[in-house]
Every structure is written in C-alpha cells, then in structure tokens.
Write a protein that binds this ligand. Structure first.
Ligand code: UD1
Ligand code: UDP
Length: 386
C-alpha cells in the first residue's frame, strides 16, 4: 500500500480529483491510500462543496482555509500549511492538478521536502507569462517527477523545454517521466453525463426546454479586472441576444459577479439586467453545467475546462481570450479565438452557428479513452510502491 497526498483548492481541481479518487476506489483500493488536502482557495458551497457531494470526492482530511487574497499571501499561507501536513503524513508522493496557486504552493512545499510530485495536466502552455496560471504550471512541471499530459501538444511543449521523453526508472525530480495519458476531465464527462441527464433540471428551470441558447462563462483575471474588456464582452452578449433573439445563460464566477457593478457601464448593466434573454445565474453545480453544455447551441468562454467540455459534447466554442492551451480545438475548427473583440465575437458567432459550414466539423478522440485516471493510478502505484 502506498500513501498519496492529493492537493486541491479551486473548483476545477476538485472536479479533476474526482476522477482519480474514483479510480482509486474502484481499482486500487488495496494499493493506494489517498489523503486529501483542500487549501481552501475556493470556499463558497457552489464553488467547492457541491462538487464533493455530486462527484463523490471523499471529504478532505485537511482544510487550510487559505481563502482569497493577493497571490503572495494566499500562496504563502498554503505553502506553510502543506509543508506541515507532508511532514506529518509522510506520503510516498503528492498529486497536484493544473495551474492554480494551490498547485504552485503544493509544488514548492513538496519539492523543498524532496518528495516526488505527480502533476496531472502537465505540459499545457499559453506562452503568455502575464497569466498567473502560466507561471504556476511552468514551475510545477519543472519540479515534478511524473508528468501526465492530456495531449500530444503538452508532451511536445515539455520536450521543447528540455524534458527527455526516453528517461528510464527510477524517476526523480532530475530524471522525470513524461506520459501522454488523456484527460481526466474527459473521464468525468463520460462518467457523469447520464447522471446529469437524470438529476439536473436546470434547462427546464430556466425555461429553455426546446429553445436555443448560448452558454457563457467568464472568470479570467484579464477579463474581469480590465473594465474595457469586460464591457466589450457584455456588449457583445447584449447585442447578439437582441439581434438574434437568442438566450444567453451565464453562470457567473464570484470573481466576475463582484466586479460587474463597478466595471460595467451603468447603461449597459441596466440593459443587461432588463434583458429577459440574458440569464445571469450563480455558479452551476457539475450536473447542471454539463447539462447546459450538452443542450446549448454554442459556448462562449475564457475557461480552460469549459472549452474542453464543449468539445466533449460536440459544441462549437468561442474562446474569449487571445490564445489557448488547447490548440487542438482551434485546429479542428470547433473553436475560434475571438479575445474580447466585439466584432470578432459576432463574426465567430455567425460562422459557428451556420450549420452548413459547421456540419462537417469532426470531434476526434484527442482526449483519450475515458480511462486516463486508471492509467495514472497504475503508473503512480508502479513507480512508488518499491
Ligand atoms: C482561480 C485560478 C484560476 C482558475 C480558477 C477556477 C489562480 C491564480 N487562479 O482563479 O486558474 O481558472 O480559480 O475557477 O489560482 N471568490 C469567492 N468565493 C470563492 C472563491 C473565490 O467569492 O469560493 C472570489 C473572491 O473575491 C476572490 C476571487 O473570487 O478574490 C478570485 O478567487 P481566486 O481563487 O483568487 O482566483 P480565481 O479567479 O477563482
Ligand atoms: N464549472 C462548473 N460550474 C460553473 C462553471 C464551470 O461546474 O458554473 C466546471 C466546468 O464544467 C469545468 C470546471 O468547472 O469542469 C472548469 O473550471 P473553471 O472554469 O472554474 O476553471 P478553469 O478550467 O478555467 O481553470
């Protein structure tokens, strides 16, 4: 039996961790014991608890209560807490997900204690170091021992940064192993889509049964913190909904809700609030969001996870950023990068809603076979059980 310490903190990490916890429970219960540390980066029930409840993530063994704040305070408090827990629990390895401040804190605390890091979602790059996530993921990858990349692009990015793809065991921080393994988020979307159909009533509750609607999520700091960009986005939503008579559903991240009044032009805010076609709702649970993703006509998002889930459910997506880590989506023609340029968003909308143009879009299985988590658990056990 090996002991692994899983560190999660932000919404997408709780979701990703569900796939690994499920694989441990179903296939490795006699081989892997998982201890879960929640940094407390996300803390509202609809940003954290709902995912434990719906996705069957075991209750966290520790919660560091780091909460919100500037990067230094938030990350520093997490490092201190994680270090204490690692010293107490003495796990064989630490599992980190993605690219948040919780990931960075876990990477720093773990590597200084000379324990191996397993990085799930390794190798993704935006090549934009103004993103806090780009800094977090580069640091984490370069401190990791086992790097699990969901895409071939991720593996190639690591190779270009000097990672050797033919290293042999025993793997260490200086002799790391890079795997191409598929995406644990795809595992989850396959696994939970039937349950979501049965349990979620969100489409009916919003009065959208049989109606066309666009699903929107916005939370990237570059979009929420720059008033001009946030205004351009909401102007685009308002103008498209009015011109096309189409509904918008916007489950709003708390970061974005908190700045709407301050950053949006008051007239625009008034028109949005008075527009019955635009439904701004609280952050959705997982069953609700995947029902929205699978029933909508198109997705507009700056989220990494929502972009991919749009692909999993064969929906076109307008990416509200200037670049993406998931370049395959753009290459396949299912996604268009429109940034926050109102005209580009409108043009992308017309293009992607034109069925005769998009009919031929293919959604090949570039995110694995739905069993990425099992593969990861098998490798983690094999590498650390001796
Ligand atoms: C974080 C990650 C981002 C990820 C996102 C997923 C970093 C640097 N960023 O961004 O990569 O895409 O999570 O959702 O780690 N807030 C609440 N309640 C909560 C959580 C947050 O009200 O439960 C509000 C607070 O005002 C907080 C703000 O949201 O200041 C931002 O939260 P934070 O965790 O710092 O970053 P995110 O924008 O959520
Ligand atoms: N998500 C959710 N409810 C929402 C918005 C997103 O459950 O209202 C899920 C989404 O389905 C995906 C994950 O959260 O699985 C993506 O997280 P987020 O957009 O917060 O961050 P990112 O992926 O950009 O880091």
């Amino acid at each position: 039996m090996i002991k692994v310490l899983t560190i999660i903190g932000a919404r997408p990490q709780i979701i990703k961790a569900a796939a690994i916890s499920r694989a441990i429970r179903n296939h490795f219960a006699d081989k892997i014991k998982e201890v879960i540390v929640h940094t407390g980066q996300h803390y509202d029930d609809n940003m954290s608890k709902v995912f434990f409840d719906e996705l069957g993530v075991p209750k966290d063994d520790y919660n560091l209560g780091a909460g919100s704040g500037n990067h230094g305070r938030q990350t520093g408090q997490m490092i201190e807490g994680i270090e204490k827990i690692i010293l107490q629990e003495k796990p064989q390895c630490i599992i980190l997900y993605g690219d948040t401040n919780s990931t960075l804190a876990g990477a720093i605390a773990t590597s200084k204690l000379h324990l191996p890091i397993v990085h799930i979602e390794a190798g993704l790059r935006s090549f934009n170091k103004n993103m806090p996530e780009e800094i977090n993921r580069i640091c984490c990858d370069h401190l990791s021992t086992l790097l699990f990349s969901p895409t071939k692009t991720g593996v190639n990015n690591l190779a270009k940064e000097g990672f050797k793809l033919d290293n042999k065991p025993a793997y260490t921080i200086d002799n790391p192993k890079v795997y191409h393994c598929g995406d644990v988020m795809y595992d989850n979307s396959l696994y939970f889509s039937e349950a979501a159909k049965k349990k979620s009533k969100i489409v009916e509750q919003l009065g959208l049964s049989g109606k066309k609607f666009i699903l929107v999520t916005v939370h990237r700091d570059v979009n929420t913190d720059q008033s001009a960009r946030l205004n351009a986005l909401f102007e685009a939503f308002q103008e498209i909904s009015s011109a096309e008579n189409i509904n918008f559903v916007i489950p709003l991240h708390p970061r974005t809700s908190k700045v709407l009044d301050e950053h949006l032009n008051p007239d625009l805010l008034k028109s949005i609030r008075g527009n019955s076609l635009i439904k701004i709702i609280p952050p959705a649970g997982f069953f609700d969001i995947i029902q929205l993703e699978s029933n909508c006509s198109l997705v507009m998002t700056d989220s990494g996870g929502v972009q991919k889930e749009a692909y999993f459910f064969h929906k076109p997506v307008i990416i509200l950023r200037s670049e993406t880590e998931w370049v395959e989506l753009v290459e396949q023609g299912c996604a268009i990068l429109a940034d926050t340029d109102k005209q580009q968003i409108k043009d992308a909308y017309s293009f992607l809603m034109n069925k005769s143009r998009t009919y031929g879009i293919k959604y090949p299985a570039i995110f694995g076979d739905g069993k990425a988590a099992e593969f990861i658990c098998k490798e983690v056990f094999e590498q650390f059980s001796t």
